[in-house]
Write a protein that binds this ligand. Sequence first.
Ligand SMILES: C[S@@+](CC[C@H](N)C(=O)[O-])C[C@H]1O[C@@H](n2cnc3c(N)ncnc32)[C@H](O)[C@@H]1O
Length: 438
Amino acid sequence: MKPGQLRAQAATILSRLLQQQGSLATLLERPNDNAQDFPLLQEICFGTCRWFFLLDAVLSQLLEKPLKAKDQDIRCLLLCGLYQLHGMRVPEYAVVNETVAACLVLKKQWAKGLVNAVLRSFLRDAEALLARAQQSDAARLCHPVWFMRAARTAWPEQWEAILEANNQHPPMTLRVNLSRVSRQDYLEQLALAQCGAHAGQLCDSSIYLEHAEPVISLPGFAEGLVSVQDEASQLIPDLLDLEPGIRVLDACAAPGGKTCHLLERGLPLAGLVALDNDARRLERVQQNLDRLQLKATLACADAGQTAAWWDGQLFDRILLDAPCSATGIIRRHPDIKLLRLEDQVLALQREQLRLLAALWPTLKPGGLLLYSTCSVLPSENSDVIDRFIARHPDAKHEEIPAAWGVECAYGRQLLPDAAGHDGFFFARLRKDPETLLR
Ligand SMILES: C[S@@+](CC[C@H](N)C(=O)[O-])C[C@H]1O[C@@H](n2cnc3c(N)ncnc32)[C@H](O)[C@@H]1O
């Protein structure tokens, strides 16, 4: 790789992200060959997004005037440089040299002097610059103002802990395939492989690794003994009251973490339909099913357009793991801080209500629908259920009796826990057969 190339790549990714041209997941693709530099690129991109609001407040003190819109790439290059100096253990000379060299790769020779001066000024005066930057809440807590306001209103006692958890590196959590191996046995296999790990508290299938590991180095991964999945998501099968012989719909299924977990329970189901409107993501459901040697009926369609995919047979259980703001998983996807805008939340609420209303007629009387999101915002959670119930008299909310999380007006909320699970919401709706008869 030529000098400055990796930093230029990071700056280009961040600049495209700021222009809403994609997310880290879509812009940061692991190369098939020559992947040894990929972890560094990934860390620079993730870390710069995680600490963006602080780094940007530092940068604005170091620039005499803001950079022009056409020089966003240089702004992003500087932010990535500041992140490496402040948050990573890269030698200072390497950060400065590589970042200056990146100006040539970006074909902006004129910026070399500026980049050199800004990074060296930061090194001379880091403490004072950071202290001044942290006078603003957005920079100190490293979140967009709209989200801080929304979190504070919704969770007056927990909002700062939520933001703190969002700024941490997430743990790597595994789901043990209990139909193949017990959690204790798998913990022993991890110990033999010298992977530090401990059992989770919420579910009997969850394991936390002390350090992230490439999945291929996990014992029995290729054979389907284990999958990567946050602990909150692993609560789903219990909340869905699975029984032998029932028909299940997983309405927003990709990449299939929950679909596979439902099937791993090993119950003889009458069928499981896994639906998603994104064909590429649906391919990942099939790959996960194949690895775990499981079978489901896959369909690519808008769950809200039942005429396009439903054969008219009612479901006993529906899981609607709805598209949402993903504000409960910011620590895993720190680019959400930059990509998510306040007005998107209302649009998401409308979409969640549309999906609920469309799926409801496909549920059997007496059947159960589990609504879940990885959002911490009541407008996508309890409020959605409230509005849905108001328009559907046969929808009865069922409480979730549990020792975990916070009981909401409707449903139960897990808030992100720094060393534990993600932020997640669950609500159960039973279709009341009596109401239908009246
Ligand atoms: C939160 S993710 C689901 C995660 C998945 N349940 C799992 O555990 O792996 C939401 C999914 O909904 C899909 N989706 C969004 N709108 C949809 C729609 N109208 N119909 C079907 N799927 C939709 C997205 O493509 C995305 O894969």
